[in-house]
Design a protein around this ligand. Sequence first.
Ligand code: DGL
Length: 283
Amino acid sequence: MAIGVFDSGIGGLSVHHALVAGLPDADFVYLADQANTPYGGRPGEEIVDLTRAGCERLFAEGCSLVVLACNTAASVALRRLQQTWLPGYRRALGRPVNVLGIIVPTIEAATGLPWEHEAERRGDKVEHLDVLGIFSTPATTRSRVYEIEIDKRRQDVAVFSEACPDLARLIEADAPAAELEAVIDGHVAALSRRIGRAPDRAILGCTHYEITADLFRAALPPGTPLIHQPGATAEAIGRYLARHPEYEPGAGGGRRFLTTGRPGPQNGLAERFWGGPLVFDPA
Ligand code: DGL
C-alpha cells in the first residue's frame, strides 16, 4: 500500500516534502490535477467532483490513505466526501481506505489546542487579541473554515483572511520572482490595511504559497511567525498512522509523481523548492 498526496498542482509538494521527511520508508504517490488547476476560483460542486476523481485515481494506484494537500479541496470537499461518498466506496473496494486533510492539523497548530477541544464561552473581556492573517484561494476564503473553527476554540484569536485570486496560477506558471513579489506585497499590504496593522501571525492557507514562503516573510514585518502547515500536517499524519495500522503505508520508500496535465519535468520554482529534478508521469 502507499500514501497518496493530492493537490490541484505543485503546491502539495510542500506538504509531500514534510510527509516524506517524517515517514521516509513509506511509499508515496503524488497526484497533481494540473489539467484542472487552479481550483481556487471554481464553484464548490466542481471542486468536490475533481477531488473525488483525484482520490479514486490514487486509490486505484494502491493507496490506502489519501492526504488532500490542498486547502481548497480540503475546505470545500473533504467533509462532504467523507460523509457521502467514502463509506460506500470503501465497502465496494473491500479494503480500508481513508481521506484526510490539512485544515485540522493547521487549526490545531494555530490554536495550540486539540481538535476535540470545545471552548467554554466566557463573557470576560479579552485583554490581548492575537491577530491571525490567513492568505488563501477565493474558495477557501469563502468557506470561512479557518474563521469558524478557530473562533469555536479561541476567543482571543481574531482571524482575517485575504483571498489571493491569481497567486496559485502564477506559481503554477513559474511566474518571474518580481511578479510574484509584487502580488504578494500587494496582498500583505491589503490585509494589513483591513486589519489596521500587520497581523501578529500568519498562515499560508494555500499549499502553493508555501513554495514562495520567503516572499511572504519579506513582505510581513520581520519575525512574524508563519504557522507551518506542512510540518503540522506531517506530524498529524504520522500520529494517525500509528493509531491506525490498517492504513499500511508501505515500506519501500517509493516516490511516484503523476499529473493529469503535461507529463515531464516540472517548473523551475517547483524544482528549486524540491531541491532537484522532478519528473511527472501521466496520470
Ligand atoms: N494548493 C491549493 C490550495 O492549497 C490549490 C490552489 C488552487 O488550485 O487554486 O488551496
